[in-house]
Write a protein that binds this ligand. Sequence first.
Ligand code: ZN
Length: 107
Amino acid sequence: MSFLLTCPNCGVREVTDFGFGGEISPRPKGQPSFRELNTYNYFRVNKAGVQREWWFHRSGCRAWFIAERNTVTNEVLFTALASEVPDQADPNSQATVAAGEAGGDLL
Ligand SMILES: [Zn+2]
């Protein structure tokens, strides 16, 4: 399994240049219960289809960025820094808002 990713700073690179940071999960609001915090930390949707994910350019500029990728075909629909992500294009816009609030410190 190999595909190309476009780093917002460096351009197109092999996926082996990057570290996978996981799917974007909505961060709990306010003072979360133990169950909400546990769900946020340990449960993932593991979607077969298009999802937004965190990626880290470990062999390049070392920036964290967001990619929207089809997990079935590995087609990458877009990549952007967290501050530049278009909210309207996301089918899971709630997750995007949470990611923006997180400021990339999820991992
Ligand atoms: Zn880069």
